[in-house]
Design a protein around this ligand. Structure first.
Ligand code: ADP
Length: 270
């Protein structure tokens, strides 16, 4: 079989695996009208890495992220967070997993307007009925300067720019020290300058604070902030780029035009 685009092999990476998928599929409908939103995906995401999932519209990026995060159920296959098989959990277990082990950043910032930035950041702890202890305060005091929020903690969302609001949302996603943060088009609602800032802060959270982030994006410039880009086409992993640049991501996307998912499915490729 030919090398995937980029030729990056995560299984040889020395870091431990934070999130993975094995034979992960999501199909809609059946027979001739079946839609293979995700089709037998095997992929590993290393701890302490910033990975972008990229591909054309409708390629299965959101489906992959939703299945990995336990937000949607698989048709077949397995998704793991650490050693936990997310696909085997019941609804209550999924709620606990999402609350305690996963952080989310969405395109819309979803901050509570009546709370200030600090109260919004601490919300996951408050909702889990956890007392905000010294360790949490120390972590907040590390997150705030890393995300450029120190002077803004007593501001309400309406007093913050879009970029600042998204940085508050990132701090909120990180406050409970989740094993992984899933970010879904986090810069989709931001102008390019604020978007770049947010991406730089995401990268900093990984490099300086040792966090693990998996981001879905359709923007090559955004993907280039990541340590690695996983390319997806027609519900299949179609490439893997280490230390991406906007140019290498664009070249990878270009190569996807020649990617034949049908051939991969029947093992004819390569
Ligand atoms: P992306 O995030 O890359 O744009 P998605 O993961 O949203 O792609 O969708 C992958 C494919 O699955 C698309 O063809 C989409 O139309 C299809 N799809 C997603 N959700 C549903 C659904 N609820 N019913 C039928 N098809 C769906």
């Amino acid at each position: 079989m030919s090398q995937p685009i980029g030729g990056y092999d995560a299984s040889s990476a020395s870091a431990s695996i934070a999130v993975s998928a094995r034979g992960l599929s999501k199909h809609y409908g059946s027979g001739a009208s079946i839609v293979r939103a995700l089709d037998g995906v095997d992929v590993d995401f290393a701890q302490g890495q910033f990975t972008a999932i990229m591909g054309p519209s409708g390629s299965g990026k959101s489906t992959l992220m939703h299945l990995l995060a336990g937000l949607d159920s698989a048709t077949s296959g397995h998704a793991f967070i650490g050693s936990t098989d997310v696909t085997s959990l019941n609804d209550d277990q999924l709620t606990t997993l999402r609350r305690d082990r996963v952080g989310f950043v969405f395109q819309s910032f979803n901050l509570l307007p009546m709370f200030n930035a600090e109260q919004n950041i601490l919300l996951p702890l408050t909702l889990a009925n956890k007392k905000v202890g010294k360790e949490d305060r120390d972590w907040l005091n590390t997150l705030a300067p890393t995300l450029g929020l120190t002077e803004r903690l007593d501001h309400r969302p309406s007093e913050l720019s879009g970029g600042q609001q998204q940085r508050v949302a990132i701090a909120r996603a990180l406050i409970a020290r989740p094993e992984v943060v899933f970010a879904d088009e986090p810069t989709g609602n931001l102008d390019s300058r604020s978007g770049s800032e947010v991406l730089a802060f995401l990268r900093q959270s990984v490099r300086e604070l040792g966090r693990t982030i998996i981001m879905v994006t359709h923007d090559p410039a955004a993907a280039a902030y990541a340590d690695r880009v996983v390319l997806i086409a027609d519900g299949k992993i179609a490439g893997d780029i280490k230390d991406p640049t906007p140019e290498s991501v664009l070249a990878g996307l270009d190569a996807l035009r020649n990617f034949d998912a049908t051939a991969v499915r029947s093992g004819e490729r390569g």
